[in-house]
Write a protein that binds this ligand. Structure first.
Ligand code: EPZ
Length: 431
């Protein structure tokens, strides 16, 4: 699949934000630990989520779609703490099954995680540190992670994470929630999806306090019971549409958001001369004047989200003046810059730093998505650019953005999704 975009138009109208991908990919594996049926609402229907639902089914779980965004999950029939399916190499969040399996079964056999490769390495040493502290023996090798609680069941521990890690915080919280005794996780990640997972687990009978701060206390419980839970709106999807309006100009009402989660993004856009109005469960984003430059440093929440860096760097490529972007979370995350250069962007990259000299316009080109958020940035570049842009590799984008073509067309964007081999002529006529 690829997207064909005719850019240079402002965006106008309203768009509904879906459930948060990074909350859903933690909450769905957590259902493995629950002794009952979990009804999860506001689930984004994106490929990372459908992949995890398939994995639970392959393991023997009962997964029933109630409607497009509501699913009933019953993992009681699952008896084997193992997930060795090739498809697991495609997503990162499959490793949350390790924490969930250790909690319920005291052991786990899971394929090493895959996920977006945007440059540097994505180690899991902090996950291993956490599981070991809880009393598990962990072996990595042959592309597998094998873990076993030495005494058959995990025990509470005090764990200080050497780096602020969303994944390690999630995995340790999962494993600790049914351990014997109390666990304290220090230097924990504070992202909204961490809080959402804690709220889900507590709704099932867990005893987790402090999520959203850097110290999380987990008192292990014997059993988690089923119930209903609605996932929070996606902070990064919302931020992506906010960035698109900043880049294209126009006025868009972005509905079903939690403005507090968007503070850092809103603040940065206001610095650039974009109007962002908080309206309770929506934000209105307006840009009808010149776009100013800004400096960005990505940091763990509540800092500027790294998952918004490619999207905002793309907007800065057409801002007035020179901006400096510093990637504070990942070793590097600038693979997408070469694609922007082909559209006329002037960006220099040195390690974690990108110097972006704003240009008057970008020109349409054929560009490729190399990972999920870089893919979203390519779509924004196409919407901003004069002329037609073809974005290839869009399967990455569809891992994290529900109905992105539909939602953008609803804002007046000229974008269509076509199969790779569609002749260009038929596409132009469709535009
Ligand atoms: C989660 O990845 C997100 N993915 C990422 O979003 C996001 O970029 C990242 O958190 C940071 O917010 C999901 O939630 C599924 P980390 P994760 O562990 O958990 C280092 C997207 O686009 N580290 O917080 O893998 C690591 O190298 C994706 O939705 C270790 O050193 O990220 C990085 O420098 C892309 N050892 C930093 O910590 C470890 O054991 C933060 O990583 C783990 C991490």
């Amino acid at each position: 699949m690829k997207y064909l975009i005719k850019g240079g138009k402002p965006l106008c109208g309203s768009v509904e934000i879906s459930g948060a991908k990074n909350a859903a990919v933690a909450i769905i594996p957590a259902c493995l630990m629950v002794d009952g049926v979990c009804r999860i609402e506001n689930v984004p229907m994106i490929s990372d989520v459908t992949m995890l639902l398939r994995i639970l089914r392959e393991m023997g779980g009962i997964v029933r779609m109630v409607n497009k965004n509501t699913v009933d999950i019953d993992c009681r029939p699952i008896t084997r703490p193992a997930a060795e399916f090739d498809m697991m190499r495609q997503i990162r969040a499959s490793y949350y099954l390790i924490g969930a399996m250790l909690a319920r079964f005291g052991s786990a056999r899971v394929v090493m995680p895959g996920g977006c490769n945007f440059g540097g390495t994505r180690p899991i040493d902090q996950h291993v540190k956490g599981f070991s502290a809880l009393g598990a023996r962990v072996e990595l090798g042959n592309d597998m992670v094998v873990a076993e609680a030495r005494s058959g069941r995990l025990h509470g521990a005090n764990i200080y994470l050497d780096v602020v890690s969303v994944g390690a915080t999630v995995n340790v919280m999962l494993a600790a929630s049914m351990a014997v005794g109390t666990t304290v996780i220090e230097n924990a990640a504070k992202e909204p999806h961490i809080v959402d997972l804690a709220n889900f687990l507590n709704s099932c009978g867990a005893d987790i306090r402090g999520a959203g701060t850097n110290v999380i206390k987990v008192r292990g419980v014997k059993r988690l019971e089923g119930g209903s839970y609605a996932i929070i709106p996606d902070q990064i999807e919302a931020g992506t549409y906010m960035a698109a309006v900043a880049g294209c100009g126009g006025e868009v009402l972005i509905q079903n958001v939690i403005p507090r989660h968007l503070e850092c993004i809103s603040g940065k856009l206001r610095e650039m001369g974009v109007e962002v109005e908080n309206l309770g469960d929506a934000v209105r984003v307006t840009r009808d004047g010149p776009l100013g430059r800004a400096n960005i440093k990505t940091l763990p929440y509540p800092g500027f989200p790294t998952d918004m860096q490619p999207q905002l760097s793309t907007v800065l490529a057409v801002a007035n003046g020179t901006s400096v972007v510093s990637e504070g979370v990942w070793e590097t995350r600038y693979k997408y810059v070469d694609e922007l250069r082909r559209m006329g962007a002037r960006i220099q990259v040195e390690g974690r730093i990108a110097i972006i000299e704003g240009v008057r316009r970008l020109s349409g080109a054929t560009i490729r998505a190399y990972d999920l958020r870089a893919g979203a940035a390519m779509v924004i570049a196409g919407l901003i650019a004069e002329g037609t842009t073809t974005v290839e590799g869009v399967s990455y984008i569809e891992r994290g953005y529900e109905d992105i073509v539909l939602k953008l067309r609803g804002l007046g964007a000229d974008i269509i999704s076509v199969t790779e081999d569609d002749p260009k002529e038929s596409l132009r006529s469709a535009m």
